[in-house]
Ligand binder design. Structure first.
Ligand code: G1P
Ligand code: ZN
Length: 543
């Protein structure tokens, strides 16, 4: 069957952000909007003909429609084979694994991550390259440039394919394999971790609750935790992926996973609580009576990774995004391994992982992962924690307290001001940037400032740079405030303020986090004029 050519006029707003193109569903539903972006992608990928693409998504509203569109357009553009998850489902880390496992050319992941779904929610399209990781900027820039001048797309006139059953099908001469979304991923997890030790832990009465938030990890968590590891039936809650995530906000933080948090923090709760987000790449970790911040989790996982079979020979290095706390840096120093500070967004870890310079990576935004795939991985983080708990036979709280007693504690919090006026947010950032030199020479409110810059990253592997990645203000006592604007919001601007204070090993590790950071919070406000410029006296979300 030959391709049909459809004439189109370009859009000017298809610039991929931190994690692909992300907009309201209604925006994506404009005639030819999806097709324009996909064709711009196909036109930008050299050597795609005859190759394999992985396609899948987090099951959110519009996922099914766009999968069918993408399959037809892939066939029209000469793709040789498509691997698609049954029901159109693939978690982001599972898609990354399938790309690598099958030597695919790349993959198209349909998700807006932790953003709400449903007809009034968000949708997103992201391209991952052959290493399994988010496309580097040279590809996303090319797609954006193409989307501004494109005048046609290619498709074929075939009926929708049946994604309900595992099968090998054909669409206009292109092979389509509908695969079990869980099987290969679960096998990968089993190859990394000591499943026998974890199963023994559960058999000994260890209890857990995993909240899949009606998003993509339900089938994965059920198959692995309840199926292979013998956790009690009902350990995984909200396990069925729904197009609107059951009306919830699939972001595993203390606001949207409050019920889980309250349960595990209570004395009657289970020993361990965890949750993942819309597309399965984020994680929330709570032990009985102890919430573990993502920054601390990264540090604890790095310090204990050798307890899991995959990392028993030690780790090559650690990377963290710039706004993530420096807790992991102290672990890297002790282990004598490389430590890298990268811009926000998982794609910046790709080169370091590919080059074998780091093994474990993490972001303060509940993302942790390793070199097993090229995405952060929620279920992986939960399993590494379980492996460590099984090996140490201590509680989460004991492990975290022991960690602080060894390395010190980085009190840390992020304050988000969501949906603020874009012009006001940009002006706030611009004014800060203009004052950086003065801040270093004069300090602020009697505090000595040792670093004030707008973070520029120099990639040590390919020499590329990424500028304007966020304003860092470092104080003489080791405290730090970082200001940056989100790259994933879909309405207005989101100002993120990251606050951090270091307490040495022998210091006080038991203060409430917001209390420990209260001085810095006040300082951040006077420094940047947050309340006066945004009209917000309190953040929308505190994590
Ligand atoms: C946010 C997080 C960032 C993460 C990204 C994708 O991006 O802060 O760490 O990589 O989502 O999950 P932001 O909205 O801050 O640009
Ligand atoms: Zn996500």
């Amino acid at each position: 069957m030959s391709a049909r050519i459809v004439s189109i006029t370009p859009f000017d707003d298809q610039k991929p952000g931190t994690s692909g193109l992300r907009k309201r569903v209604a925006h994506f539903r404009q005639p030819h909007y999806v097709e324009t972006f996909l064709q711009s992608l196909f036109d930008s990928l050299k050597g795609l003909q005859g190759q394999t693409l992985v396609i899948g998504g987090d099951g959110r509203y519009f996922n099914d429609t766009v999968i069918q569109t993408a399959i037809r357009m892939a066939a029209a553009n000469g793709v040789g084979r498509v691997i698609v998850g049954q029901g159109g489902i693939l978690s982001t880390p599972a898609a990354s694994h399938l790309i690598r496992h099958n030597g695919a050319f790349g993959g198209i992941i349909l998700s807006a991550s932790h953003n709400p779904g449903g007809p009034d929610g968000d949708f997103g399209i992201k391209y991952n390259a052959s290493n399994g990781g988010p496309a580097p900027e040279r590809i996303t820039d090319a797609v954006y440039a193409r989307s501004k001048v494109i005048d046609r797309y290619l498709t074929v006139d075939t009926p929708d394919i049946d994604l309900a059953a595992i099968a090998s099908l054909e669409v206009a001469g292109m092979a389509v394999d509908v695969v079990d979304p869980v099987a290969d991923y679960a096998a990968l997890m089993e190859s990394l971790f000591d499943f026998n030790a974890i199963a023994d832990l559960f058999a000994a009465g260890f209890s857990m609750q995993f909240d899949a938030m009606h998003a993509v990890t339900g089938p994965y968590a059920r198959a692995i935790l309840e199926g292979r590891l013998g956790a009690a039936e009902g350990t995984v809650i909200n396990a069925v992926p729904l197009p609107d995530f059951g009306g919830g906000h699939p972001d595993p933080n203390l606001v949207y996973a409050k019920d889980l948090h309250d349960l595990v923090m209570s004395p009657e709760g289970p020993d361990f609580g965890a949750a993942s987000d819309g597309d399965g790449d984020r994680n929330l970790i709570i032990g009985k009576g102890r919430f573990v911040t993502p920054s601390d989790s990264l540090a604890v996982l790095a310090a204990n990774a050798h307890l899991a079979p995959a990392y028993k020979g030690g780790i090559a290095g650690i990377a963290r995004s710039m706004p993530t706390s420096a807790a992991a840096d102290r672990v890297a120093e002790t282990l004598g391994v490389e430590m890298h500070e990268t811009p926000t967004g998982w794609k910046f870890f790709g080169n370091l992982l590919d080059a074998g310079r780091v093994t474990i990576c993490g972001e303060e935004s509940a993302g942790t992962g390793s070199d097993h795939v090229r995405e952060k991985d929620g279920v992986w983080a939960v399993l590494l924690w379980l492996n460590i708990l099984a090996a140490r036979r201590q509680s989460v709280d004991e492990i975290v307290q022991a960690h602080w007693a060894t390395y010190g504690r980085n009190y840390y919090s992020r304050h988000d001001y969501e949906e603020v006026d874009t012009a006001a947010a940009n002006a706030l950032m611009d004014d800060l940037r203009a004052r950086l030199d003065t801040l270093v020479s004069e300090g602020f409110e009697g505090r000595e400032i040792v670093l004030a810059d707008d973070f520029t990253y120099l990639d040590p592997v390919d020499g590329s740079t990424a500028a304007k990645q966020g304003v860092r203000i470092g104080f003489a006592d080791g405290s730090r405030i970082v200001f940056r604007l989100s790259g994933t919001g879909t309405v207005g601007a989101t100002l993120r303020v990251y606050l951090e204070r270091y307490e040495p090993p022998a210091g006080d590790h038991d203060t409430d986090t917001q209390e420990a950071l209260a001085d810095l919070v006040a300082l951040a406000d006077t420094l940047a004029g947050i309340a006066s410029r945004t009209g917000r006296s309190t953040p929308s979300v505190i994590t």
